[in-house]
Design a protein. Structure first.
Length: 421
């Protein structure tokens, strides 16, 4: 249960923050956000704000989504569909009810024959299902439509749809999700550094924490000691110190140590540990920490950048030497959540940061169906001077989505094979 809760929290935070990026910049661009949902599946709660957005909480606590007007939406009305219409004193439709779960007082029941909720804003149908009694009603620009599950949303006229926004606004809205993931990663790493008390001082050879029973502790080294030379070779910073230690597993080294005002000669034998395909030496010490406020902030940003670069390198390796074992889906995330939950809050934060930056980078790949694919179509539009037709864009997105789903199935099956068999 602890693992499941950790998995759901980590996954939901990363996805909801991503979707909030799309939500915020869509609003700023004049695009109607019809729904902002936390969770998936059946609706548990909904609230419609004055700005037209319906905020919902849904039953499956995994991620969330944003529904922007005209943005990959399915038709909500169909010819032959029975609906009921609530009209105002001007005989304008203010609510279209398609749900059997909701009853509107004094509503007009019709069977829809045709409708236009984009431009002309009108709906026509057989009143009370009587084919001899046809009525056409103007639809208010801010009318509501009640979906089958009872969720009430604003309709999406052309002027508030995604495609009506300027190109740069649409590009920013598409980019905003990954951007939010990168910002979340930076914030989390800054929090982690603050919780750790500081960031490792790579410019110093002063020892921070000394591992009990490690090679350094056995040799008598203490926190605060400064190693100035190894076998009479000066070491000026932490990377030089690490390199000298790692190159000499199970070999006795003479360390020149500065402790307060005293210079000591200490013999220490780095423990041999396996790292990849080779053995390296390890003393069991950590670098001292920079504890200044801005040192921690800069350190958090630097660690975010380091992880960003590592993931890009992993992607490059994936392209040159593809293997499903290099990918991980929900099962792999669940497995990592299990390990993180056992190791404590800091590890959970680190896992969240890692998944967030992964989601941001992967979403920027120029693959149809991902934000990067949408940005690529925006760039094509900028070059052509006009957008790709909706039919072609829909087909491209459908093919890309299908390939992504196939890859997800293969990755998930591979994860199940790796972790459970």
């Amino acid at each position: 249960m602890k693992t499941l809760i950790t998995f759901l929290i980590v996954f939901s935070v990363v996805v909801v923050i991503h979707e909030f990026g799309h939500f915020y910049f869509a609003k700023k661009s004049g695009i109607l956000v019809r729904e902002f949902s936390i969770g998936m599946g059946p609706k548990l709660f909904s609230h419609q704000a004055k700005d037209g957005t319906t905020y919902t909480i849904r039953a499956i606590p995994m991620g969330g989504y944003v529904r922007m007007a005209g943005y990959e939406e399915e038709e909500e009305l169909k010819a032959g569909m029975p609906v009921s219409l609530e009209v105002n004193e001007n005989n304008e439709v203010i609510k279209i009810n398609t749900s059997q779960k909701v009853q509107l007082e004094n509503a007009v029941p019709i069977e829809v024959t045709k409708y236009d909720l984009n431009d002309d804003l009108e709906i026509t149908g057989f009143i009370n299902g009587n084919e001899q009694n046809v009525g056409t009603y103007p639809v208010n620009h801010d009318a509501m439509i009640i979906e089958e599950d009872g969720t009430q949303l604003r309709i999406a006229p052309r002027d508030v749809q995604f495609q009506s926004a300027k190109l740069w606004q649409r590009m920013l809205t598409n980019f905003a999700g990954p951007m939010n993931n990168f910002l979340l990663t930076i914030v989390l790493f800054i929090v982690i550094v603050f919780l750790q008390g500081g960031v490792p001082n790579e410019d110093s050879t002063v020892l921070g924490e000394v591992e009990p029973n490690g090679a350094a502790a056995t040799a008598g080294l203490e926190s605060g000691d400064e190693i100035v030379a190894i076998d009479q070779e000066e070491v000026a910073n932490w990377p030089e110190l690490q390199q000298a230690i790692q190159q000499n597993p199970d070999e006795e080294l003479t360390l020149e140590v500065q402790r307060d005002d005293e210079t000591l000669q200490v013999d220490a034998t780095p423990e041999s540990v396996e790292s990849g395909e080779q053995d390296i030496g390890q003393l069991g010490v950590q670098a001292s920490l920079k504890t200044g406020f801005w040192d921690k902030v800069v350190g958090g940003v630097q660690e975010s950048w380091d992880m960003f670069v590592q993931i890009l390198e992993a992607l490059r390796s994936l392209v040159t030497n593809f293997s499903l074992d290099q990918l991980g889906g929900p099962v792999a995330i669940f497995e990592m959540s299990d390990q993180a939950a056992q190791q404590g809050a800091l590890t959970v934060l680190l896992l969240t940061a890692m998944i967030s930056v992964n989601l941001g980078i992967v979403n920027l790949l120029p693959i149809p169906g991902l934000d990067g694919g949408k940005l690529l179509l925006n760039i094509v539009e900028a070059i052509r001077g006009k957008p790709i037709s909706e039919e072609k864009e829909g087909m491209i997105t459908l093919v890309g989505f299908g390939l992504l789903m196939l890859l997800m199935v293969l990755v998930t099956w591979n994860d199940i094979q790796r972790f459970f068999f």
